[in-house]
Design a protein around this ligand. Structure first.
Ligand code: ADP
Ligand code: MG
Length: 349
């Protein structure tokens, strides 16, 4: 491709095309950087026994959150969990959080405290210290940038690379609840207060507003050297399986009938005449862990699932790269897995 014909707008390149380009052009000299750009967190050598994990996430009003249907405390909580989940995906232990914010001067101190209540809740729960940040005025809307630091035993970090042909693909919990919960919140904003709400809606809204980072599972997968590759489901299964397969240079067959979908998500899909499998594939922000293991270790995953009281479902098999990424449907037909998840640059300006 000639330079002139190369896609130059971010819209043409896409979010992940941009990240790959940044990765190619960012130099990481020295041997301290074990993993730079390209995984859920950077892995940095700090001592022979332990590595530092570092990850940062933005949350922008109107892009990542909408204060018309969620509180500042909800926003703080969800943003902190998104950050913590990246450490879970590496099998690490989160330790320190830094919070940078740009905030309109019209906000009150009570607003800021509510936001910090949201950050502090998961920090207390997972023993994370909020140790710094930065503050600026904002001319429009609220901007957050959270940075988390954690650690992991040397050579034990879980990465997106390492999935092997023949591995089984597992996912924790259920998929699609967060997206269904978000859609309910968006609809309810437009409805009259008197509209009756379905019981499944409360569950799905909570799954969106109060996600759970799968820290204990990630740590067990890493300590027991159980997972060959792992990622957290933040963009949606269809996008995150692409990231994992791209990093591991493999293909995959996922089985539609095995995707774990909650009965509440099924009820939502039936009420709104949509396919729950599509919600599970597209839905981001579930923060479940997606990982691959040697099929001989199936029993160990079952034991772990009982011990941690969290479902772990086998949803497919790793295939050679030329197989591509395919979804086997109920009728046996195999279709290509399109990346349906959110891309920050996919909508035209
Ligand atoms: P996640 O969804 O797990 O938070 P992202 O898709 O945001 O991961 O990022 C993927 C990788 O790209 C990460 O390693 C991240 O640090 C890196 N990355 C994203 N944006 C940038 C950027 N602007 N500059 C450098 N690295 C980036
Ligand atoms: Mg991630």
């Amino acid at each position: 491709m000639t330079p002139a014909s190369r896609p130059s707008t971010l819209h043409a390149l896409g979010e992940f095309g941009l990240i790959r380009d940044l990765h190619k052009h960012c130099h990481t000299p020295g041997s301290e950087v074990i993993q730079g750009i390209g995984d859920d967190a950077a892995i940095l050598r700090t001592s022979p026994k332990e590595s530092l994990l570092a990850s940062t996430d933005l949350a922008i009003e109107g892009v990542h959150f909408d204060l018309a249907f969620e509180s500042l405390q909800d926003v703080g909580y969800r943003t902190a969990v998104a950050n913590i989940s990246d450490i879970a995906a590496m099998g690490g232990i989160p330790k320190f959080l830094l919070v940078a914010l740009a905030i309109p001067p019209s906000y009150s101190i009570h607003n800021v405290r509510a936001l910090y209540q949201g950050f502090k809740k998961p920090c207390r729960q997972y023993n994370i210290s909020l140790v710094g940040g930065d503050t600026s005025t904002s001319k429009s809307g609220l901007f957050l940038c959270l940075t988390i630091l954690g650690h992991v035993r040397a050579n034990r970090a879980l990465t997106r690379q390492g999935a092997k042909v023949g591995d089984r693909v597992y996912v924790t919990g259920t998929l699609g609840d967060s997206k269904a919960g978000l859609q309910i919140l968006q609809r309810q904003r437009k409805q009259k207060k008197t509209t009756t709400h379905q019981p499944y809606e409360t569950f799905l809204k909570k799954r969106h507003l109060r996600p759970i980072p799968r820290l204990a599972i990630g740590q067990h997968l890493s300590q027991g050297r159980l997972a060959h590759a792992a990622i957290d489901v933040s963009d949606g299964l269809s996008g995150d399986i692409h990231h994992l397969c791209h990093a591991s240079r493999v293909g995959v067959e996922l089985w539609a009938t095995h995707l774990p979908i909650s009965r509440q998500c099924h009820a939502y899909a039936a009420a709104h005449r949509c396919n729950p499998i599509d919600i599970a594939l597209e839905g981001g922000e579930d923060y479940e862990l997606l990982f691959t293991i040697d099929p001989r270790n199936h029993g160990r995953v079952t034991e772990l699932s009982h011990m941690l009281k969290t479902t772990m479902t086998c949803i497919g098999e790793i295939k050679p790269k030329p197989f591509g990424l395919r979804l086997k449907l109920e009728d046996g037909i195999n279709r290509k897995i399109m990346r349906q998840s959110y891309d920050h640059f996919s909508t035209k300006p």
